[in-house]
Design a protein around this ligand. Structure first.
Ligand code: NAD
Length: 289
């Protein structure tokens, strides 16, 4: 089985490395040549998006958002028009579920199956191959490609028809954003009240408030380590998609709207490319720390 992967950023590169380690025949592409060269040195082949479409049985993408996936797949000279009927497209990017459905509909007309398979876990789990996949599409297509996804993740969950993977990912992103914000709020409260936030983190890590988010992002926040990780601009993208989805289905999302505004404030103050743990800067600014 020939696999193509387009998008070798913070996530795509380690995921590609895990496909190579699992022995898959992998061809890659990215706008940034240095990222392609690094994967070729690790054993992948390099090709244009067009060549990937022509030669691969399965095309994977790990791109920023809906417009990128739509352009790469369906734009002028897009990958889809080069793929053969009977091949499969698996989008692992976090995009709007409505966009997943629209892409799948076009691909259906070309005889190409599609799964939307976004992930959670961030760079460390992408490196370890322990990502959590949330997958939408036909169950028989999911069953066929579950082993491929297991080369990159330790948890692979079938969520329903196309779009269900990205709807699940929106739920994930709401929970992560609200958690990170709560962490920043709590640490700044402790600091203003004269308790060392490092001790607060240590004290509550093993209790009910402890979480994967706290373990991953708490220390970064306290050390002022803004290196992404997961960029604030990407989290704003996810929350905008969540707000759009919520409005279209009539779901109440006041916490999402509020945390989106906080992240937007950070973007407006030059922190869009910082890790989302930089949300602490918003509170430090307000608290005059
Ligand atoms: P990134 O910005 O680091 O990487 C995106 C890559 O796509 C870049 O290397 C860019 O050059 C490439 N690209 C863009 N347009 C392209 C095109 N037309 N052809 C080829 N390559 C193209 O982003 P990332 O952090 O790797 O995130 C990718 C996706 O995964 C996003 O949807 C994000 O929300 C999601 N995600 C990220 C994390 C994380 O912690 N970083 C965790 C889970 C999910």
């Amino acid at each position: 089985m020939k696999i193509g992967l387009i998008g070798l950023g913070i996530m795509g590169t380690p995921m590609a490395n895990n496909l190579l380690k699992a022995g898959y025949d992998l061809t890659v592409n990215d706008l940034e040549e240095a990222r392609v060269r690094a994967l070729v040195a690790a054993g992948a082949k390099a090709a244009s998006n067009e060549e990937i479409g022509e030669s691969c049985d399965v095309v994977l993408t790990m791109l920023p958002n809906s417009p990128h996936v739509k352009t790469v797949m369906l734009g002028e000279n897009g990958v889809a028009q080069h793929m053969k009927a009977g091949t499969t497209f698996i989008d692992m990017s976090s995009i709007n579920p409505q966009a997943s459905k629209e892409i799948a509909e076009v691909l259906k007309g070309l005889g190409i199956e599609m799964l939307d398979a976004p992930v959670s876990g961030g760079e460390p789990k992408a490196v370890d191959g322990t990502l959590a996949f949330m997958v939408g599409g036909k169950k028989e297509v999911f069953d066929k490609f579950e082993p491929l996804l297991k080369a990159m993740g330790s948890s692979v969950t079938y969520c329903g028809e196309v779009g269900a993977g990205n709807t699940t990912k929106l739920a994930n992103q709401i929970i992560v954003a609200c958690n990170i914000r709560a962490l920043a709020e709590a640490f700044v409260l402790a600091q203003k009240a004269g308790v060392d936030p490092h001790l607060v983190l240590q004290a509550i890590q093993g209790g009910l408030a402890g979480s994967t988010v706290m373990n991953a992002k708490g220390p970064m926040m306290l050390e002022g380590d803004d290196k992404p990780g997961f960029k604030i601009d990407l989290h704003i993208k996810d929350l905008n998609n969540a707000l759009e989805c919520a409005h279209s289905v009539g779901a109440p999302v006041p916490m999402t709207a509020s945390v989106q505004e906080v992240l937007q404030w950070l973007h407006n103050h030059g922190c869009g490319q910082s890790d989302h743990s930089a949300i602490a800067k918003y509170y430090e600014h307000l608290a005059d720390i």
